[in-house]
Design a protein around this ligand. Structure first.
Ligand code: PMP
Length: 352
């Protein structure tokens, strides 16, 4: 008999983008924010070391209050976890385990992993040929999970389309889970829909817009009933998913939204400038509402472009699957980093 459980033997884990230590790269492969977090984060962490001998507040009350205030919802509508990946995992366990769950075919590649870990049957609905999500195709007899804006395509559905999905799900007494990891970089988000739909769960993160990927804080917004289900799963797994430092730092960042908004605008400006330059050079780039660009880098397989950029000290993300391999996902760095990578992309792709 193998030592490993049948569950462990059957898992195909998620592959994260590389975090190299050997040399300094312009790192545009994991959708991190190029700017530092709010200065309020450092202030909030001062003097906290001595408090670490005590367990943290399991319910992250102060942080939930800061998030609730930011979104004009009640703290009972907020759940916090160790990165949005963990919140998503809890949501799969709480709402999808043992069920069929529908998702767009191209989306965040952690969803199939959580589905297999928690015994959900993820049914992937084909996209339109331009990578847009087939909204009608997702209206089935079962819960739905999607990232909006989507990854790695960078495209977003309009809130009106999310409303249609939520209304259909409500009619079927099912959940709609919208992963808004990138929504702060988009034109609109689904949070206002929470007033209308008690079956809508929105998952968000401090990793991207708040420049706090290293802190590991994510959260969910939804009706108290959905939040209660997440707490139940959390307390069946780990009662303290967010530590004292993480709670204090994330709360301080949320309260300093003006700083975050300024950094977001820099990222959005650099994104749109790079997109326009690539398009002007005849390179197809999808209409991004995220902090990355999805760039058509080769007619058949962009692996060579990713490797050539790596040689020059720039990391971008390549996906080996049939439909994604002509493309590269390029996270948005500082303005000067974007100038370098945009020049190089144009040079490499045009030379071929
Ligand atoms: N959702 C999507 C769509 C993502 O791209 C990511 C980042 N890999 C996450 C969730 C997870 O982010 P984190 O765990 O850092 O909050």
């Amino acid at each position: 008999m193998p030592y490993e459980s049948r569950l462990a033997l059957g898992l195909v884990p998620y592959t994260a983008g590389e975090q190299p230590k050997d040399r300094k790269f312009i790192k545009l492969n994991t959708n991190e924010n190029p700017y530092p977090p709010s200065p309020e984060v450092e202030k909030a962490l001062r003097g906290k070391i001595e408090t670490l001998r005590l367990y943290p507040d399991t319910d992250a009350t102060e942080l939930r209050e800061a998030i609730a205030e930011h979104f004009s919802v009640s703290p009972e509508q907020v759940f916090c976890g160790n990165g949005s990946d963990e919140v998503l995992a809890f949501a799969f366990a709480a709402f999808f385990a043992g069920k069929d769950v529908f998702s767009p075919e191209i989306s965040y590649s952690f969803y199939p992993v959580y589905a297999s870990l928690f015994g959900a049957n993820l049914i992937q609905i084909p996209m339109h040929s331009d990578f847009t999500v087939d909204v009608k195709g997702l209206m089935r007899e079962g819960p739905v999970v999607l990232a909006n804006p989507n990854a790695p395509t960078s495209l977003a559905l309009a809130v009106e389309e999310i409303r249609m999905l939520a209304a259909h799900a409500l009619e079927k007494e099912e959940i709609l889970l919208v992963d808004e990891a990138y929504a702060d970089f988009a034109k609109e988000c689904a949070v206002p829909l929470l007033k209308e739909f008690d079956n809508l769960l929105i998952v968000r993160t401090f990793s991207k817009s708040h420049s706090l990927a290293g802190l590991r804080v994510g959260y969910a917004l939804g009706s108290p009933r959905l939040i209660q289900a997440l707490r139940c799963v959390r307390d069946s797994f780990n009662s303290y998913p967010t530590d004292r430092l993480a709670q204090a730092a994330a709360a301080a960042s949320m309260r300093d939204w003006n700083y975050t908004r300024d950094q977001l605008q820099k990222v959005i400006r650099a994104r749109d400038k790079s997109k326009e330059r690539l398009r002007a050079a005849g390179i197809e780039v999808l209409e991004s509402q995220t902090n990355f660009l999805f760039v058509h880098a080769d007619p058949t397989d962009a692996l060579w472009v990713q490797k050539a950029l790596r040689e020059k000290g720039i990391l971008v993300r390549y996906f080996a699957s049939e439909k994604l391999k002509p493309y590269l996902r390029v996270s948005i760095g500082t303005e000067s980093e974007m100038e370098i990578v945009t020049d190089l992309l144009i040079e490499l792709i045009q030379k071929k």
